[in-house]
Design a binder for this molecule. Structure first.
Ligand SMILES: C[S@@+](CC[C@H](N)C(=O)[O-])C[C@H]1O[C@@H](n2cnc3c(N)ncnc32)[C@H](O)[C@@H]1O
Length: 434
């Protein structure tokens, strides 16, 4: 194993973060820079110079290799789920933990929601990246970070004489920040359990087994009525048995207790053509009608995807790809399933393959953009969003959706999202954090 591999293995062992192949150049550059700064004879001495997981040098490595990309009110649909959860909370004062909060936007977003709802709450934001936590404590943000802040919350942001926007003291006083590694024992509030834990876009950097163990830990520190929320790209194929799933405002939340897995029947939005997934009893239906009504393998795969059965969906799409190597749709959705399972690199490869087959497959461009964005490559992301927006503008499926498809609305929604993301001002890739 080369030195990059050894350092990546230490990073994975001590933080859970499994670097993707796109991070290799960044790691190699970091090792070159540190070899020089520490006066080492060669990068191969770096693992020894690194010290243990509590060393200053390891913190430096973590700060360099973590992707801290985030913004206020990220994932507006999930914000609605949080609003619904907070609105129905019964305890007089809530304890909320945001692990992996990066530069703090998620933590302040929740504090802003609590303020808007008149709920008393103490929010703790934690992250393994100490530089990000320093930014969070400062509470000053650039235009890019605040782009999605709704009108009602804008009053809490004031232009700072030092540039950017500063959060109002009434919001900041509800939030504190701490450097914390999710692999260490979890913090607990004085009340003994958290009312809400929001851990978004963190577990996607972990290996599957580590992610599952971490979800179990996050579940154990909840109050009896507390809720755990993960990010849309952190969908777990396997949820620890001690957690049960409840959908709130259309999004998955976890709570303690119960043995229900995420993949037993769940109240998903109805399929546009529910009969498509019901195989008629051959004895009661005319043979032609039975064939007509039988779902295609692609529809079965889509139904698995919509129900969150990502492994089944993926294997069905892969069967279809093997049967017709030139079919773009199963390849596109195989990528979506991989993306939802948090496997960014394989997802990225599936979308690229899809675009090689059909360069006009704009949903693949949009999802490729999402992969890049989550990998901390905003310029590449913006290029793909723009491509998706341009192509979708001349495709009628993007406008109307296909009312016969079980994924009715999917293409239309993706087209809308692509337009929205591509119309944003230039992503701040070169200038680092917004
Ligand atoms: C992409 S950011 C997500 C920020 C925010 N939650 C959001 O969804 O926008 C991922 C964050 O997870 C943090 N992280 C990764 N591994 C961690 C660990 N073992 N413990 C705590 N934080 C971790 C990184 O430092 C980074 O700031």
């Amino acid at each position: 194993v080369n030195v990059e591999g050894r350092v990546a293995a230490l990073l994975a062992a001590w933080t859970g973060i499994e670097l993707s192949s796109t991070s290799t150049p960044a790691l190699a550059a970091f090792l070159r820079e540190r070899t020089h700064a520490l006066g080492l004879t060669s990068p191969s001495s770096y693992p020894t110079a690194l010290g243990g997981p509590d060393s200053v040098e390891f913190q430096r490595l973590v700060n360099a290799m973590t992707v801290t990309y985030t913004w206020f009110f990220r994932d507006l649909e999930q914000v609605e789920t949080m609003r619904a959860l907070l609105a129905r909370a019964t305890r007089p004062s809530l304890d909320i933990w945001i692990p992996g909060c990066a530069s703090g936007e998620d933590a302040y977003t929740v504090a802003l929601l609590c303020r808007e709802l008149g709920i008393s709450a103490q929010v703790l934001g934690t992250d393994v990246n100490s530089t990000a936590i320093a930014v969070a404590r400062e509470g000053r943000y650039g235009e890019w970070s605040v782009r999605d802040v709704p009108q009602a919350s804008r009053q809490y942001f004031a232009r700072s004489s030092r540039g950017g926007f500063e959060l109002d003291a009434s919001v900041r006083s509800r939030v504190r920040f701490q450097v914390h590694n999710l692999l260490a024992s979890p913090p607990l509030p004085p009340s003994g359990g958290w009312d809400l834990v929001l851990c978004r876009n963190v577990l996607m950097y972990f290996g599957k087994e580590r992610a599952k163990l971490t979800v179990g830990t996050l579940g154990r520190v909840l109050h009896d009525e507390g809720r755990l929320l993960l990010g849309a790209s952190d969908v777990m194929v396997e949820v620890p048995g001690e957690l049960s799933v409840e959908y709130v405002s259309g999004r998955v939340t976890f709570r303690r207790g119960g043995v229900r897995s995420a993949f037993e029947p769940v109240p998903l939005p109805p399929l546009a053509r529910p009969e498509a997934t019901r195989i008629p009893d051959a004895g009661t239906v005319e043979p032609d009608a039975a064939i007509e009504a039988r779902p295609t393998l692609l529809e079965v795969a889509h139904a698995h995807l919509m129900a969150g059965r990502l492994d089944l969906a993926l294997s069905t799409y892969q069967t279809l790809c093997a049967a017709d190597p030139f079919a773009t749709e199963p390849r596109l959705f195989a990528g979506v399933a991989k993306y939802l399972a948090g496997d960014l690199q394989p997802a990225l490869e599936a979308f690229r393959a899809c675009l090689l087959l059909d360069e006009k497959c704009w949903p693949a461009s949009y999802y490729l953009g999402l992969c890049y964005e989550n990998m901390g490559l905003p310029r590449d992301a913006l290029r793909e969003y723009r491509r998706a927006a341009k192509q979708s503008a001349v495709d009628s499926t993007a406008r109307d959706g296909d009312p016969r498809s079980p994924l009715h609305g999917f293409f239309r929604d993706v087209a809308w999202l692509a337009r929205k993301r591509s119309a944003l001002p230039d992503l701040p890739g070169a200038s680092g954090k917004a």
